[in-house]
Design a protein around this ligand. Structure first.
Ligand SMILES: Cc1cc2nc3c(=O)[nH]c(=O)nc-3n(C[C@H](O)[C@H](O)[C@H](O)COP(=O)(O)OP(=O)(O)OC[C@H]3O[C@@H](n4cnc5c(N)ncnc54)[C@H](O)[C@@H]3O)c2cc1C
Length: 307
């Protein structure tokens, strides 16, 4: 076999949280064929497998992962007319910048969301309004159990807020995404991407050991939505209120467990402040969930995946 399956590889450095133990088995893949080869190896050896990409929305357990970790990072991309075709492991920001240089854009508000395009499609990543679903035309994926390859058109991807068919059906491994872009001025596209990144930096630090928003913004009662709208002077989207706002209201901003803290700047970022363990983060998240449930009757749901 051409692929190199490694053993006992530390995973913390491959995640933005910088937390967690090693992978029992580990393999780097970029192409469709390599993904199939890795899956065949795991099936033959009857070893479980787990997918890790940019590592920006995951928490790795302290004991590590007793499985084959299929690490999808890097890949090829190409342009045809207004369409970009990219392997799942391509970095989202690099794609936005490369497309901009070609005079293709429209998705610059997604600039600065860490991670890969595959990860972004799976979680329907979004920022400042737009979501990746607004640009995705087709998605290619492999059924990891049967090896079936399938192309999904947008309507089949089940995109909703931070959700997709692929998130709901984790047996489907996204291998490639096709993105429809508009003709834009290259300099204007670069400027918009830079402005977006600057805005992100201004709102909250990007360079922190965290997984971005730990919880999804929940739907809440009309009363809570009205309270949010009145206090912040903005309209709620889809009847949701920011989890960070609820965390602050419940007095949990700055709450800590061990080395983990609910960020003072953005309380929905659970930050690895002082050598936090995964168990610190999970205990803190549980405390927050309980408090929010008690105070507001709202059940928070994790956005970050615990692998
Ligand atoms: C500082 C910071 C800021 C962030 N800001 C935002 C933001 O503004 N908006 C936003 O939406 N998110 C944000 N995030 C979260 C994160 O960047 C996104 O969720 C990102 O799309 C995850 O991609 P990834 O490649 O890092 O996936 P990973 O973290 O590696 O994986 C996440 C999940 O997706 C699965 N997965 C990954 N690739 C594939 C694939 N090819 N096929 C099937 N499943 C796959 C993994 O198994 C895992 O369950 C932020 C994170 C950080 C650290």
């Amino acid at each position: 076999m051409a692929l190199e399956i490694q053993e006992n590889i530390p995973l913390a450095p491959l995640t933005t949280f910088q937390i967690g133990g090693p992978a029992r088995y580990f393999v780097d893949v970029t192409t469709d064929d390599e993904m199939r080869e890795a899956l065949a190896w795991a099936h033959e050896k009857r070893i479980k497998f787990v997918v890790l990409a940019g590592g920006s929305n995951v928490l790795i357990p302290d004991d590590g992962i007793d499985a084959l970790v299929i690490h999808i990072a890097g890949g090829m991309y190409s342009f045809a007319g207004n369409e970009l075709a990219a392997d799942a492991g391509c970095n989202l920001l690099e794609l936005i910048q490369a497309a901009g240089k070609k005079g293709l854009g429209g998705w610059e508000k997604l600039a600065g969301i860490p991670g890969t395009i595959g990860g972004a499609v799976r979680g329907n990543a979004g920022a400042f309004g737009p979501e990746i679903k607004d640009f995705v035309g087709q998605v290619k994926a492999i059924n990891m159990n049967t090896g079936e390859s399938r192309t999904f058109v947008t309507a089949e991807c089940g995109f909703t807020y931070r959700n997709s068919f692929f998130k709901q059906h984790p047996k489907w491994l996204i291998t490639r995404a096709f993105v429809h872009l508009q003709k834009v001025d290259a300099a204007e596209s670069a400027k918009r991407a830079e402005e977006t990144i600057a805005e992100r930096e201004k709102r909250h630090l990007q360079n922190v050991k965290a997984a971005g928003s730990f919880f999804m913004n929940p739907t809440a009662s009309a009363e809570i939505v009205a309270m949010f709208e009145k206090e912040k002077g903005v309209k709620s989207r889809e009847g949701r209120v920011p989890a960070g706002w609820l965390i602050e209201k419940a007095g949990m901003k700055g709450a800590t467990v061990g080395g983990a803290i609910a960020s003072l700047q953005h309380p929905n970022y659970l930050v690895n402040q002082k050598n936090a363990t995964a168990s610190d983060v999970l205990s803190l998240s549980k405390k927050i969930e309980e408090e929010i449930k008690k105070e507001f009757g709202v059940q928070l749901e994790r956005e970050a995946a615990v692998l």
